[in-house]
Design a protein around this ligand. Structure first.
Ligand code: HEM
Length: 164
């Protein structure tokens, strides 16, 4: 990712074309959202009886969609617990194979309204941070996660930044 950022946006503002060219940076973000989805589950209230893929769902039921578990299901993902950004390098193949298996932003009619904006924001920030600093993990011990409405690191994650 650092090599890509150094080649595409070594300095100055990050343009829309630069973001298109940062394929690996985008893939790193997608893979991080697969392993650590900020919304680890969605809870939906059923407003009508329905049949969802052969399962009868009744009006009034509450359904939980386990995003975190879907993202690590070995039936859908090769080496599900490994960080392999390259699996996201081809967005079209990815979208075809993973419809409703990859849901960091939800899906369907209520999908996150700012999904595209978040991608632009994150890729721009990553370019500016990565080209300026070398970052090392400075967390003591193992990083543990806890979940409520959002997934977060228990006690935080500590990083050491040094100027490149
Ligand atoms: C990494 C950042 C973000 C993640 C992971 C995320 C994730 C999600 C998810 C999973 C949902 C679906 C919730 C559900 O159906 O229960 C959602 C909906 C939504 N998000 Fe985001 N979101 C992010 C950033 C943002 C930002 C920056 C905004 C606005 C500035 C935003 C606005 C919304 C709105 C308005 C909805 C509701 C859409 C609807 O119900 O029609 N999100 N988001």
């Amino acid at each position: 990712m650092r090599a890509e950022i150094d080649a595409v946006v070594p300095s100055g503002d990050v343009s829309a074309e630069d973001i298109d060219k940062q394929r690996l940076t985008r893939a790193v973000f997608y893979e991080a959202m697969r392993l650590y989805p900020p919304a680890p589950q969605m809870v939906c209230d059923c407003v009508a009886d329905a049949n969802v893929a052969g399962i009868e769902v009744k009006k009034g039921m509450t359904i939980t969609i386990p995003i975190y578990a879907l993202h690590r299901n070995p039936n859908f993902w090769d080496q599900p617990n490994a960080f392999i950004p390259k699996r996201f390098l081809d967005p079209e193949i990815f979208a075809k194979q993973n419809r409703f298996r990859y849901l960091p932003f939800g899906g369907g009619a209520r999908v996150c309204l700012r999904q595209a904006f978040v991608m632009v924001e994150v890729v721009t920030m990553l370019a500016q941070i990565v080209r300026t600093f070398t970052i090392k993990d400075a967390t003591e011990g193992e990083i543990e996660f806890e979940t409520g409405a959002a997934l977060r690191a228990k006690g935080g994650i500590f990083l050491k930044f040094s100027q490149r």
